[in-house]
Design a protein around this ligand. Structure first.
Ligand code: Z5A
Length: 245
């Protein structure tokens, strides 16, 4: 059932959910949020901490994460698809995700690897669905087709006032030109923040809103405490134990 710009997607879990859960052994964690909120930084810190426990971890990103999806990333972020409109962009993000999930994420989870992704399907809900006004039914159908039951166990939504995020992104970018979405104005990025907060309200079990204005090590500790409490990484058999069993 969709509401308020299509942010309520709980009901359409798809017939393949039981099958996917049955074979899935690794945990799936995603990072979401606006521009410059620190998603890449926190995804890397979390992956490193999990690895330090001997857990097999795949750090990936969207759009991208597989050779096919990285090719689509270039088309999307260069702005080449912008004249085609938000529906075409939504379909291209979905095409990239389909390849990423089938060739990288799902096989990794099935082998017991933990997957940490810098952005995933919530970005489509928010950027194309809410900001792009793409019909929520289409967004839901695309999600159903591309990810089926391969849904994140936990999603961290890094929350920061849009102007601070944009300043951080500008500093990081240096002299490189702005990409398709970086080029949008402050009003776009403010609306984006609201849309992510609304999404978190609809799925409080999965989505954790994190204050991204703190120091990066403090944020990493908060995230680690939540992962520890929810997914119990210390109880996960290490790569070594897997190899000898
Ligand atoms: N998009 C979409 O529309 N639909 C979709 O389905 C998907 C994506 C999957 C991908 O851009 C774009 O595609 C994205 C949405 C759209 N567009 N935007 N905007 P991307 O992958 O190139 O970039 P991004 O995802 O927006 O992330 P980012 O701007 O690169 O930022 P970030 O990953 O959130 O932050 P960061 O790189 O970790 O940190 C940014 C800088 O801040 C860096 O210099 C850090 O050292 C610094 N930083 C990090 N944490 C802190 C703290 N805590 N304090 C101070 N400074 C910090």
């Amino acid at each position: 059932m969709s509401r308020s710009g299509g942010l309520q997607y709980k009901t359409d879990r798809g017939p393949s959910l039981a099958a996917c859960r049955a074979v899935r052994r690794g945990h799936f964690i995603t990072f979401e949020g606006g521009e410059g909120t620190g998603k890449s930084t926190q995804a890397k810190l979390l992956a490193a901490r999990l690895k330090s426990l001997g857990i097999d971890v795949l750090l990936t990103r969207e759009p991208g994460g597989s050779p096919g999806a990285e090719a689509v990333r270039h088309v999307l972020l260069s702005g080449a698809a912008k004249p085609l409109g938000p529906y075409a962009e939504a379909i291209l993000f979905a095409a990239a995700r389909d390849d990423h999930v089938r060739s990288v994420i799902r096989p990794a989870l099935e082998q017991g690897t933990w997957v940490v992704s810098d952005r995933f399907a919530d970005s489509t809900r928010v950027y194309q669905g809410v900001l792009g006004n793409v019909d929520p039914n289409l967004i839901r159908r695309l999600e159903h087709i591309t990810i089926g039951g391969t849904r994140p166990d936990l999603t961290f939504i890094l929350d920061l006032p849009a102007d601070i995020g944009l300043k951080r992104a500008v500093r990081r970018r240096g002299s490189r030109p702005r990409d398709r979405f970086e080029a949008e104005g402050l009003a776009f990025h403010r609306k984006l923040r609201e849309a992510y907060l609304e999404l978190a309200e609809h799925e409080p079990e999965r989505c954790m809103v994190i204050d991204a204005s703190a120091h990066m090590t403090k944020i990493a500790s908060v995230i680690w405490a939540l992962v520890d409490a929810r997914l119990h990484p210390a109880e996960t058999p290490s790569e070594l134990e897997n190899a000898v069993s």
